[in-house]
Ligand binder design. Structure first.
Ligand SMILES: [Zn+2]
Length: 258
């Protein structure tokens, strides 16, 4: 299903792709804006959504540029309605590098929040012209404030120590400094699942729909662990096969000529 996407353009050589469901979100959001304030509402809602996703792309580029510094290739950034996914050629198994790559995304969000705060602070008092255009439209300051809040939320949410959030990877990398990678993934996934269960219980009382999000976090934690275990088993199998073939060729090579 992740294949159903269209390529937009490249940013510093990294392909930016939109998942088809993203167009549904764009359409739904534009329709909501149109219902609220006609054409100005449609354009304003769309502009705020696009600005929001520009922040998501910048978050992903934070990961990508840091990864590149360490020689990790990045094939593309896929944008989904729930956020962005940077597709790396491989994650370095070096704790410090993985921590820095993971933290670079949230750091971009906090940096953007700071810039937006400065911009709002410098913004002249509203003249009323924008509000005159359509009363139902939020002001520029209110929209920037919305983006600021979302960047803070995106940065903080991604620091939660659970997969697929960046915090889950940070925790795994920190643990991987003390134990092997599969065990580190197991413990990071377990912490993430505990967080997911606690979140689902809290959501049950306050926002039942958010339980789906925590179910997703729980499942991704399990998938991450299984993936790490499978890759380790494959690596082990590959190593054993190479060893066996080497032993065979040495045995054949040392056999006395007939
Ligand atoms: Zn991230």
């Amino acid at each position: 299903m992740l294949g159903w996407s269209t390529n937009l353009f490249r940013v510093a050589g990294i392909q930016l792709s939109l998942h088809f469901s993203f167009y549904l979100l764009l359409g739904f959001n534009a329709w909501q804006g149109w219902r609220e304030a006609g054409w100005p509402g449609l354009w304003w809602h769309s502009a705020v959504l696009v600005a929001f996703f520009v922040c998501v792309v910048l978050h992903e580029l934070g990961h990508c540029f840091t990864a590149r510094r360490y020689g990790v290739g990045v094939s593309r950034i896929l944008l989904l309605p729930i956020g962005g996914v940077a597709e790396f050629d491989g994650i370095p198994r070096e704790p410090v590098r993985e921590v820095l790559i993971s933290l670079a995304g949230p750091a971009v969000n906090f940096g953007l929040a700071g810039l937006l705060w400065l911009f709002i602070w410098l913004l002249p008092a509203p003249s009323g012209s924008l509000e005159d255009a359509a009363d139902a439209l939020p002001s520029l300051a209110a929209s920037l404030q919305f983006l600021l809040s979302w960047n803070l939320l995106m940065g903080a949410f991604n620091l939660i120590p659970a997969f697929p959030m960046d915090g889950g990877r940070v925790l795994r990398a920190l643990l991987a400094g003390r134990m092997d990678y599969v065990r580190a993934t197991f413990w990071a996934a377990t912490v993430g699942k505990v967080v997911a269960v606690a979140g689902a219980v809290a959501a049950y009382f306050h926002q039942p729909l958010a339980m789906l999000l925590f179910l997703f976090v729980f499942i991704v934690g399990e998938m991450e662990y299984r993936g790490a275990r499978r890759r380790a088993e494959e690596d082990e199998h590959f190593r054993a096969t190479v060893e066996r073939l080497r032993a065979q060729s040495i045995a054949q090579g040392t056999r006395p000529p007939v």
